[in-house]
Design a protein around this ligand. Sequence first.
Ligand code: ZN
Length: 419
Amino acid sequence: MTRLRWTNGGIARQYGAMSLLLAIFAIVGWQPALATAIQAVDVTPERITVQFDDYVENASAFLLDNPYRLAIDVAGARAGRDSGRAGPIRAVRQGQYDPETARVVLDLARPVIFSNGSFSDDGRSFTLDIRPASRIQFASAAGAGRASFLPPMAFRARPPRGRGELTVRLPRATPAGEMELPEVQGPRGRPLVVLDAGHGGHDPGAISPFGNRHEKDATLAIARATRDALLASGRVRVALTRDDDRFLVLRERYEIARRLGAELFISIHADAAENREARGATIYTLSEVASDQETALLASRENAADIINGVNLGGADDDVRSILIDLTQRETMNISARFASLLRREAGDSVPFRSDYHRFAGFAVLKAPDMPSILFESGYLTNSSDARRLFSRDGQRAIARSLSGAIETHFARQTTSTD
Ligand code: ZN
C-alpha cells in the first residue's frame, strides 16, 4: 500500500526552511519553466492533431456540455496560440490550465464524440478522431468523464515532483524501443510467471514504523527470493518487472508481463494499518466490486501511485471496463481466484494469513484481461512480528517457498488439465 510521503507537504517538511519559500512561490504563482510548448492544433472534420515541440507527460480528453465543447489537457506543456476551425469545430482556444498543464478547448457547432486518442511514434503529436453524435450520445460520453492517453514510454516527459517545488527534469528514457523488457530466466518451453515487486524509486510504498523501512525493499527482496526458488527447481521461467530500485507506473507493470507472454502475474506488496494488531497476508484478485470499504480504500491507495506520477489510468480503465464483461476476463478471474486458494494451501503454517485471506478489488495492476493475476499483500509493515518477518531473510524465504510452490503446482495443473 502507499503512503503519500512525497507529496508537497512531505517535501516541504523535509526541506524545513524551504517551505516558506515554496509557500511564497505558490502564492505569487511561480511557475516551473516547462520545456515543451504546443506548436499547433490542426483540425479537420474527422480529426484533431495537437503538435508539441518536445516531449509531454500525457494527454487527456473530455466533453463539456452547454455549450458543446471538447477539451484536451496536455500535461507537461505550455499553451500555444488559438487556431483555426473545420467541420463541427467552430474555434480552437488554448490556455494554461495550471502551471504544468496546457488546455485546448474546441468549441463545437454540434455534438461530436471522440475515439482513438493516440500519440505519434516519436511522442511529438497527439491525435483524436471525432465523429458526429446525437445529443444523447454526447451527454453519455460527457458523463463518462476523462479519457487519458500516454506517449510511448521512451518519449514521455516525467512530471515535476511537486507544484511550487524547484523543478529538475529527470533524464529521459533512452529511446531504445517503446518498453524496456526485463530478462526472462529459466528453461525454454516452460510456462512464464512475472513477479512484480510493488513500488520502487521515488515511491517507497508503505513505511514501517519499526526502523523506518520501506515496502519497496521488502517487495523486491521477496520477488528475488521467489525467483531464485523457482530457478533452483527449473520447472518454470520467471522474470521480474524490476530487479532494482526503480519506479514503474502500474500499467507498465502488467504491460511488461503481457508483452513477455506471461501466463501468470503476481504483484507483491506489504500492507499497513492504523491498527498495529492487524497482521497476516492477503491475496487480492480482480473484481468489478470491491469486497468491502476497506478493500476499496486499499485499492485506491495502491492505484494512487500512478496519479502521483502524473499519469491517469482513465483511458486504460475504459478499455478494460468494456472487456471486463468479456468471457476471457471472467475465465481469467476464475483462474486467478483458484490460484489464490492454491497459494493459501501451499503456505500452510509457514506464512500467517488473515482469516479472510482472499479478497476482491479493482487494483489497476490486476487489469490485464487475458493474464491471470493476483496482488499479494505479504503482511503488515505496521505489525511488529509481520515487519520482522518481511524484512528478515528467513521470513522472505518462507514467503518465497510458498509462492514458488503455488506457482509450480498451478502450472502443473494447467498442463495436465484436459480442457
Ligand atoms: Zn503496496
